[in-house]
Design a protein around this ligand. Sequence first.
Ligand code: BG6
Length: 529
Amino acid sequence: MEPGHSVEVSQDALGAPAAPCAMVIFGAGGDLTKRMLAPAIYNLAKGKLLPEEFAIIGVSIEPFSTDEFRQRATKDIAEFAAGGVDLKSWEWLAKRLYYVSGDFHDPNLYNNLKETIAQVDKEQNTAGNCLFYLATSPEFFPIVVQHLGAAGLTKQDGTAWKRVVIEKPFGHDLPSAIALNKAVGEVLDEKQVYRIDHYLGKETVQNILAFRFANGIFEPVWNRRYVDHVQVTVAEELGVELRGGYYETAGALRDMVPNHIFQVITLCAMEPPISFDADAVHDEQTKILRAIQPFSPEKVLDQAVRGQYGEGIVAGKHLPAYRNEPQVARDSQTPTYVAMALHIDNWRWAGVPFYLRTGKRLPKRATQVVIQFRRPPFVPFRKTSVEKLAPNELVINIQPDEGISLKFEAKIPGSVVRLGAVNMSFQYSDYFGTTPSTGYETLIYDCMMGDPTLFQRADMVEASWTVVQPILDVWKALPPRDFPNYAAGSWGPEQADELLRREGREWRIPTSGNNSHPPAPPPTAKTTT
Ligand code: BG6
């Protein structure tokens, strides 16, 4: 395919329409539904990936009628669907919208829901299949699941399936994640549970698997013999915005690390699975999580860094400190930044540090993985020390500019031998065009198709919390004394730079924008042959 050739979302590109079903969204009046789920479902409808036999039943506390819910959804979609609304697709979807109002604690809600599901099944021929999506705040997860079970709504008869999608955060520490798994397991079979992590809906995250396992040339160098270290950066330019209430109970570690960042790391580090079946992939991801060297209290102090943003000035604009954001305590100890070094104790990765960092109010929004290779062992250019050559770097840009680039040394034209680092770069948009997408499309479609590969299994969630629990414990026991310790708009606290510097390394600053044709790099070394 030629660069610039764009691929439309179509049945051919993405597959056949999903199986008939009614999708029940708990929390239908909430932000997640408005901003992400509704636009994603609309995009699926537009791409003809929903079956004719489809319906959405919104559930929340607001006392709407079905008609009011449809009107509201029509208003919201106009605001949140990227790229404008195609009227025909929206009308197709709007007439499949239903609404049930009630309190999630109230058994009557579930009786009403049962009646509505039966009515919808008759009107839309949804074949008794039901996808329950819990887009609620996390305290409702066990309550809704328990009530669904008690009302007999999760019972699978004959070929009709019932599945439950549970949003993040799945627990707020290891004991609560275990308890939630237990509560869910009392009602549902593990195969009915889809624990969502929206990072797995991102194209470039999925592309890590294709990149590694559909190519022959990378896997042989993907190990301790050739890789010096790996960096994962998930930087956010925004602050906590209006989510202070939630964020105060979470903080950067819980919010980003055991979920999004560990998904990225496990896909980068895992062994080739024996197939792309969900269990085969999850087994390999879980092995990585279990191989992460446990954090002793000393190691937490030495290898994990926390930070909180103070006020800052960016492009002449004053940005408030985290402690001055809405719903945040004026003496808050909540970290908005985390960095750490992980070590994976297996034959492939022993001795190769995996550095990760994430934070709010950093200079730009950028998520990237950097695989930094070892320097050449010997360079046959006189007067050039090996340290002067830039090491090869493979950069996987997850967002905003999805792509992959490889940095290597080249001779700068001229009569004197001089070397410079150059980039070979692939941008998704050059080859495949861009289609408006929230990242949730693939995930919702996969649930409807019964493919749990991009979801988290119970043991994976617990293995992730097992890694971070000691850090939560030490940080709780030793409240930070230096918060706020980085300015809004900076790259985070000085200790995070120090974490790498003392090992002779440094964080790679994410580049943004199309860097297929970067400006000529400065020479790294002038040599005489
Ligand atoms: C969410 C976190 O899960 O991910 C947010 O709760 C964070 O705090 C968001 O901003 C980041 O997602 P994305 O897709 O914008 O990188």
